[in-house]
Design a protein around this ligand. Structure first.
Ligand code: FEO
Ligand code: CA
Ligand code: CA
Ligand code: CA
Length: 656
C-alpha cells in the first residue's frame, strides 16, 4: 500500500514517544514508508563512489544511446524489439474499447459499452444477525467482526460446483474514516481498537448473481472473517525456531492472525495466498529505552506504531513485552476457502518481508514457482521454487512448505539471474534466511528495486511482469539496510516519481531456470509536463499517461491490466493525470489504453474474473482517504467506503 495516512499518529503513541516532531506531522499526509523514514532517518546520500562507478559502467554499455540522453535510452528499452518481444507474438487477447480520458469526478468512469455495479463494501454484513452499516457510528467491534473488512485489495474468485466464493484481502483501515466520528478521528476506547483490528485481514464471501447483479450470499456456511486474532499455523523451515517462540506459544508453531494483507495469489490446487505487507507498523514499545535491534530496524519496527494502537487491547503488539511476536508476521499465508474450519498456514519457506503479492507459475518439470515482491524503496524481488512437484491428481496442500528462496540480480545488459539464499551463500542458517530474508538478500548483492509491487505471469507466453511503483530515493538514499541505490538497469531514473514495469523471460521458457532476459515494458511518466526520461517510454502518450503502477494482472487471453496507486493531486508532476485508474495493455505491441478511472482519493487495486469470464471484479480502495473529498459509493454526505465492484460488457461478452 502506499496509501496515505492523514496522520493521526500522535495521540495513540505511547506518551513517552510523543515529541514535537510527531505533533508537527499531525495534519501532514504521509505514506507508511515516509513515517518509517522519519522515525528512523537514513543517510542523505548513498555511497557516491558506487553511484559514479555505476554511471560510468552504464555509459559504456549505452554507447551511442548515451549521446542522445537517458530519455532516448528509456524509451528505446521500453519499446525493444529483442528476444523478449519476439516471444510475445502470439496469443494475446485484445479487448476492444475506446479509451477514456482522465477524470477527477467522484465516481467510476468506464468506456462506452461497459457497466459496473457494487458487489460489497466495507462494513456490509456477511450474516443476517449483523446490522447494516451505520454511517453515524461506522460500526463497532462486534459488528465489524461479522462484516466485510476495510480497504479491499488483492482478491480471487473460486468456483466449485454451484458455489462461488470471492476471497478478498482487507489491507488496513484509514483511522480518519473508520474512527472519523471521534473527536480526534482516532480510536477513543478499547472497542474502537477492536473494530479497527477486525476491519483487517481477509473476507471470504459466497457470491451469486441476482438479476444480473453480483451479491453476497448472507449466512452462507462458507462466509468467514479472518482477522488479526485468527489462529494459524507456522510451517516450513522457520517453524519452531527460537526467534518464533513466544510466551503464549513456546513451540513457535501457532501464530495469531494476519494483518496488512496487500496483494494475493491463487494456487491450482484451490487455495488462496494472502500477503502480509506493512506488518511492522502495528508494533510499538511501551519501554522508550528499549534498544531497537538492526533486524527490527531493517523491517521498520521501532518504538512507535502508526497509530492503530493494537497493543492497547493485545500486548502481543508491544515489542518490549513480546519481542519475538514481530517475527511471526511478514509472511505469505495459505488459506483453503472451501474449508471454513481450516487454520490458515503461514509459509515461512517463502521468506519474511513486506510482501506485495504472490504470482504463481509452474516450472518446466512441475515445481511450484512463486514470484514475490518486497514493497519498500530499494528492496528486492524474490522467487520461491518448491522442493516437491505439483501433481494434479495428488494432495498438493503442503507443496509450499519447503523449497528454495532466491533473489533477483539484474545486470544492465538485459540479463539477470536468481541467487539462492542458502547457508552457503549468506552465512546464515536456513531458518534465518527466511526470517531475515532482506538481510540475506543484501548479503548476496541483490538488485535494489523501485518498490516491487505486484508480479503477474502471462498465461500465453513464458514471461512475468513486476510493477515498480516509484522510488523518490533512487540515487538519493540507501535502502533500510544501508545498501546504496544508484540507478541500475531496470531502475533507470533518479528520484523516480512515476514508476515502471519490468518484465523477464526465463531461460528456455522455464520459470524454474536460473537465468532470465529482461526489459522494461513501460516507464510511466507525464509527457504533458516533461520531455526527458520523466515523460515516460515511447508507449506513453498524452492520452494514456499515469503514475505509480501497482496492481497488475493478466487475464486468460494475455491482456495485461494495470492498476495505479499514485499521486492524484492532478498538479505539478502529476498535472492532468486525474484520479487513480486502470489501464489495459497489449504485451506484444506495448499499446496501453485507459479503461477505468476511480473516485476521488481512491486506489484501484485487486482484479479477478468470474468463471465464465463475463465479469471482472475490481477493488476500489480508500476513496476519500486524504482530504475526505469523496462520498463514494453511497449517496449524499455519506462515509466513503472501500468496495469491490463488478464490471460487465453491455453486449454480454467476455471481460478477459
Ligand atoms: Fe499494499 Fe505495496 O501495496
Ligand atoms: Ca493501498
Ligand atoms: Ca499495492
Ligand atoms: Ca502502492
Amino acid at each position: 500500500m502506499t496509501s496515505t495516512l492523514t496522520t493521526t499518529l500522535t495521540t495513540t503513541l505511547t506518551p513517552t514517544v510523543q515529541g514535537k516532531k510527531h505533533k508537527s506531522l499531525r495534519k501532514a499526509r504521509l505514506s507508511f514508508d515516509e513515517f518509517d523514514e522519519l522515525r528512523d532517518p537514513r543517510p542523505e546520500a548513498s555511497d557516491f563512489s558506487v553511484i559514479c562507478e555505476r554511471r560510468y559502467a552504464r555509459r559504456s554499455f549505452l554507447g551511442g544511446a548515451a549521446a542522445v540522453g537517458a530519455a532516448a535510452f528509456v524509451r528505446s528499452v521500453a519499446n525493444s524489439t529483442g528476444a523478449v518481444r519476439s516471444a510475445l507474438a502470439s496469443g494475446h487477447g485484445w479487448l476492444d474499447f475506446k479509451p477514456i480520458q482522465t477524470s477527477t469526478a467522484d465516481t467510476i468512469t468506464l468506456p462506452q459499452g461497459f457497466s459496473w455495479h457494487r458487489v460489497i463494501s466495507w462494513g456490509d454484513p456477511m450474516w443476517s444477525s449483523t446490522p447494516d452499516f451505520n454511517h453515524n457510528t461506522r460500526g463497532n467491534g462486534a459488528s465489524q467482526e461479522r462484516a466485510f473488512g476495510d480497504n479491499c485489495d488483492g482478491m480471487s474468485f473460486f468456483s466449485r460446483g454451484n458455489t462461488q466464493l470471492l476471497v478478498v484481502n482487507n489491507e488496513y483501515a484509514n483511522l480518519e474514516i473508520i474512527t472519523g466520528n471521534r473527536p480526534d478521528g482516532l480510536p477513543a476506547n478499547d472497542d474502537d481498537v477492536r473494530k479497527v483490528m477486525a476491519s483487517h485481514g481477509v473476507s471470504i464471501v459466497e457470491v451469486a448473481t441476482n438479476n444480473g447483479q453480483w451479491r453476497a450470499v448472507i449466512d452462507s456456511p462458507y462466509n468467514r472473517r479472518i482477522t488479526p486474532a485468527t489462529p494459524m499455523s507456522l510451517t516450513g523451515p522457520a517453524r519452531g525456531h527460537a526467534l518464533l517462540r513466544t510466551e503464549a506459544d513456546p513451540s513457535g508453531t501457532l501464530a495469531l492472525g494476519t494483518w496488512n494483507n496487500c496483494g494475493n495469489g491463487q494456487t491450482p490446487w484451490g487455495t488462496y495466498l494472502t500477503c502480509e505487507e506493512n506488518f511492522n507498523g502495528y508494533f510499538l514499545s511501551s519501554d522508550p529505552d528499549l534498544a531497537i535491534t538492526p533486524e527490527w530496524k531493517r523491517y521498520g519496527i521501532g518504538h512507535e506504531d502508526w497509530g492503530y494502537n493494537f497493543a492497547r487491547i493485545d500486548e502481543r503488539f508491544d515489542i518490549a513485552k513480546h519481542p519475538n511476536e514481530s517475527h511471526r508476521a511478514g509472511w505469505i499465508v495459505e488459506i483453503n476457502p472451501f474449508d471454513p474450519q481450516s487454520a490458515p498456514k503461514k509459509r515461512t519457506a517463502l521468506g519474511r518481508f513486506k510482501h506485495e503479492n504472490a504470482a504463481f507459475a509452474l516450472s518446466a518439470d512441475g515445481h511450484a514457482v512463486v514470484y514475490l515482491g518486497d514493497d519498500e524503496r530499494g528492496e528486492f524481488l524474490y522467487r520461491f521454487v518448491s522442493s516437491g512437484r505439483y501433481n494434479p491428481s495428488a494432495d498438493n496442500s503442503e507443496l509450499l512448505a519447503e523449497g528454495t528462496l532466491a533473489v533477483a540480480i539484474f545486470d544492465d545488459n538485459g540479463k539477470g539471474k536468481w541467487m539462492d539464499l542458502t547457508p552457503e551463500t549468506t552465512g546464515m542458517s536456513d531458518a534465518e534466511n527466511r526470517i531475515f530474508a532482506r538481510i540475506a538478500a543484501s548479503k548476496v548483492g541483490a538488485t535494489t528495486m523501485d518498490r516491487p509491487e505486484w508480479v503477474t505471469v502471462n498465461p500465453r507466453a513464458s514471461e512475468a511482469y513486476c510493477a515498480l511503483t516509484n522510488n523518490k530515493n533512487r540515487g538519493v538514499k540507501p535502502n533500510a539496510g544501508g545498501d546504496p541505490t544508484p540507478t541500475n538497469g531496470p531502475n533507470p531514473r533518479e528520484k523516480n516519481n512515476y514508476g515502471q514495469i519490468v518484465r523477464w523471460r526465463p531461460a528456455g521458457g522455464d520459470h524454474g531456470a536460473e537465468t532470465f532476459a529482461w526489459d522494461l515494458f513501460v516507464t510511466a511518466g507525464n509527457p504533458s509536463v516533461h520531455s526527458d526520461a520523466y515523460a515516460g517510454s515511447a508507449n506513453i502518450t498524452q492520452d494514456n499517461h499515469f503514475n505509480s503502477p501497482d496492481g497488475i494482472s493478466f487475464d486468460t487471453q494475455g491482456g495485461l491490466w494495470i492498476q495505479t496507486d499514485g499521486n492524484y493531486s492532478n498538479e505539478g508532476d502529476y498535472a492532468s493525470q486525474g484520479n487513480n485508474q486502470m489501464l489495459f495493455a497489449n504485451p506484444a505491441s506495448g499499446e496501453i489504453k485507459r479503461f477505468l478511472v476511480g473516485p476521488k482519493e481512491c486506489e484501484i487495486t485487486g482484479a479477478t474474473w468470474s468463471s465464465d469470464l463475463r465479469t471482472m471484479f475490481v477493488g476500489v480502495q480508500h476513496p476519500g482517504e486524504g482530504n475526505g473529498e469523496s462520498h463514494w459509493p453511497d449517496a449524499g454526505n455519506s462515509v466513503p467506503r472501500s468496495s469491490v465492484i463488478a464490471i460487465t460488457r453491455d453486449d454480454g461478452g467476455p471481460m478477459g
